[in-house]
Every structure is written in structure tokens, then in C-alpha cells.
Design a protein around this ligand. Structure first.
Ligand code: KG4
Ligand code: ZN
Length: 363
């Protein structure tokens, strides 16, 4: 519908320069430039390399997204940008670009939360999020269970990892197995040909006295690394596919078990899974199976919308506009540890939009 807000979203929290354009809950463009290859030889994202790559990719990626969407920048109702959490320098490139475009075009600026964006993106795939929704957010930096009754204003943490994030565990085990970086997609691939029951790896924090909704993957990581070391020390070949499948099963077993339990305990009948690890094929399949058995409706965006992208930022920005949330002020800054409970960074009390409308440098 033409009266739904048209928003451009910029994402630079890690190594993907993502620019998306959405109208309401309709995806119009999703342009991504990744610097992942530049980090591969270091086995992880190098912040300075990421910042420089964002700077180089920013304007071409914005141009590409607008062209793909078939809209003019002048038609936008707002510009959204990831304000945090993420790598400080990388975030700063996105925030600066968003401010420059918003100011020059005379559009309101919305600094939004990367984590809430990972949840909101599902609106582009499955329509408006049910309220409340339980969200299992699993990425390279975060693993949390969140309960949200309104993604623009109310995100309540139920539990989180007490050590490594799920994606981090995938990346570390892939490194031990010499499979390269990022580890998630390659472990997913190897695991398809392996036996998930070959090795009984530990399920963290699943004892009767453990916190019901918190996660721990550091013990699992150590157990897998030790198992591999022992094989190597004995001069035996490491069965990479079985290790990948058994490790992956341990992760997704715990994630899905706790997510379903949280839904049941809270009487919530919709589970959403988001973040890079939600691209995992076994996580998607097991979650589907367990949700069906528990009478819970599962929503998982297509894999491309699970990993970092600009469309998710635009989706949350459009929701902010639709619900009349306050725009951010011009002194918006990147906050590398923005709490998950803050879906956006609102402005000060003065009328931001009015102030902007005076200075449309493009017209
Ligand atoms: O959300 P994301 O793109 O970036 C962060 O915000 O962290 O998530 C990246 C993480 C990486 O750890 C990557 O290994 C993992 O998501 N990942 C996967 C898969 N695809 C990406 N993990 C498991 N299976 C996958 N298919
Ligand atoms: Zn992410």
C-alpha cells in the first residue's frame, strides 16, 4: 500500500554493509556488500578492516538498494540505521552515513537496535509479528530468548548465554576442524553427511537446578576440542562429518528445548527464530518438529534474512514510523553495547522532524 512508510535501512554492525528498502512490511530491496573474505585468513572479523570496507561500500550499496527498489531517495519517509550493538568503528560508519543522508534529504533518522531488527525482519516474510512473540535470537555475538509484545518498545529478556554465543561456538569448532571462517555454514554442510548421534557431547545448563532459559556453549566447545585433540594424539583420523553433526545436534537440541519450554511456561503460541544461526538447516528442522509437537507456530525468515542485512533495519525503521515512535536526534551516536531492551534510540524532546524539514539540501 502506498501510504505505508517507505524506509531505507543501513546495517554496519559487523562485516556486512547492508542496505535495504522496505515499504511497511514489504521488502523492496536488500543490497549487501560483505568483507568476509578479507577476514577469513584471520579466522575472525578484524574491526579496522571491517570499518574501512564499510566506508568503501557504503555509497555504492545505498545507490544499488535504491535502484533495486525503484524508488528515489526523496520519496523516503525515514532513514533507519543500526545504532548498536556491534563493533564501534563499524557502527560509526553506518550512523555517520545515515545522518548525512537524512540531513541532506530532510528525512527523520531512526537509530535502531540490531537485535530487535533480527526479530522484526520476519515481518517481511510472514507479515505482522503476533503480540506477544517469543524470539530465539542466535547470532555470532548473541544468544537470547526474548519476549516481545511490541517490537518497537517492549523487548524482555527471558534468558541469554552466560559465556559464548551459539554462532561463536560454530565458528570456534570450525577453526579447530580447519574448516575456515565463518564456521556456521560449513559445519551445517558437513553435518548433513554425518551422524548426529555418533558422539554424545554435553548439553550445557540442562540439569534440574540450572536456569531454565540461559545457555552455555563454552563447556561444549571445550569437550569437542578435547575429543578432537585425543583423536589426533592417538594418530587416528578425525571423523569431521560426525563431529560436525554431533556438535551441531548438541547446540540445536538445547536451543529448541529451551525455546519451546519458554513458550509453554509463558503461554505464548508463536516462536520466532532470528540471527545468523537461524540459517542453520538442522535448527530449522528440529524447531519445526518440536514446535509442531507442542502446538506452537514457528516463524523463521529465509536464510538470507537471518544473517546480517539492511532489510531488517529498514523493517524495524518502518515499524517505528508506522507506530509514530520518536525519531533520533542529530547527536545520535553508535553504542557498541546498546542493551537488547532498547529497540531504538529516541531523540531528545525537541521536534526533530520539524527541524529537519527546514534544511532539505537536496531540494
Ligand atoms: O547475525 P549474524 O549474521 O551476525 C551477528 O550479528 O553476529 O550471525 C553470524 C553468525 C556466525 O557465527 C555464523 O557462523 C553463524 O551466524 N551462521 C550459522 C549459519 N550461517 C551463519 N551458524 C550455523 N549454521 C548456519 N547455517
Ligand atoms: Zn546480527
Amino acid at each position: 500500500m502506498a501510504d505505508e512508510p517507505l524506509v531505507l535501512g543501513i546495517e554496519t554492525s559487523c562485516d556486512e554493509t547492508g542496505v535495504g528498502v522496505v515499504r511497511g512490511t514489504t521488502l523492496l530491496a536488500d543490497a549487501v556488500a560483505s568483507s568476509v573474505d578479507e577476514h577469513a585468513r584471520f579466522g575472525g572479523v578484524v574491526p579496522e578492516v571491517a570499518s574501512r570496507a564499510h566506508l568503501e561500500a557504503m555509497i555504492p550499496t545505498i545507490d544499488r538498494a535504491l535502484e533495486e527498489a525503484g524508488v528515489s531517495a526523496r520519496d523516503l519517509d525515514g532513514i533507519a540505521v543500526t545504532a548498536g550493538p556491534g563493533l564501534a568503528g563499524a557502527l560509526l560508519v553506518g550512523v555517520s552515513a545515515a545522518k548525512a543522508y537524512a540531513y541532506a534529504l530532510g528525512k527523520p533518522l531512526y537509530g535502531v537496535n540490531h537485535l530487535a531488527s533480527h526479530i522484526c525482519v520476519d515481518q517481511l516474510e510472514h507479515g505482522a509479528l503476533p503480540e506477544p512473540t517469543m524470539a530465539l535470537l542466535v547470532s555470532g555475538g548473541h544468544s537470547s530468548l526474548l519476549l516481545s509484545s511490541d517490537i518497537t518498545s517492549d523487548v524482555r529478556p527471558m534468558g541469554a548465554t552466560i559465556d559464548d554465543a551459539a554462532g561463536e561456538a560454530f565458528d570456534k569448532i570450525a577453526r579447530v576442524l580447519n574448516l575456515g571462517f565463518p564456521g556456521g555454514p560449513v559445519i551445517d554442510r558437513y553435518a548433513r553427511e554425518g551422524d548426529p548421534e555418533a558422539i554424545a557431547f554435553p548439553r550445557g545448563l540442562t540439569g534440574p537446578r540450572d536456569p531454565a532459559y540461559d545457555f552455555s556453549f563454552s563447556g561444549l566447545k571445550t569437550a569437542v576440542a578435547r575429543w578432537i585433540e585425543a583423536k589426533r594424539a592417538a594418530g587416528e583420523e578425525v571423523p569431521v562429518r560426525d563431529v560436525a553433526a554431533s556438535f551441531q545436534e548438541a547446540v540445536v537440541d538445547v536451543l529448541t528445548r529451551k525455546a519451546v519450554r519458554a513458550c509453554r511456561d509463558e503461554g505464548v503460541d508463536h516462536l520466532m527464530i532470528g540471527g545468523g544461526v537461524a540459517a542453520n538447516s538442522r535448527l530449522r528442522a528440529l524447531a519445526q518438529e518440536r514446535c509442531e509437537a507442542a502446538g506452537i507456530r514457528l516463524r523463521v525468515p529465509r536464510p538470507k534474512l537471518c544473517t546480517d542485512n539492511g532489510a531488517m533495519v529498514a523493517a524495524l525503521g518502518a515499524e517505528m514510523v508506522a507506530r509514530g515512535r520518536a525519531a533520533s536526534s542529530w547527536d545520535l551516536s553508535a553504542d557498541s553495547s546498546l542493551p537488547v531492551t532498547d529497540p531504538h534510540v529516541p531523540g531528545h524532546s525537541h521536534d526533530h522532524v520539524h527541524e529537519v524539514s527546514k534544511g532539505n539540501l537536496y531540494s
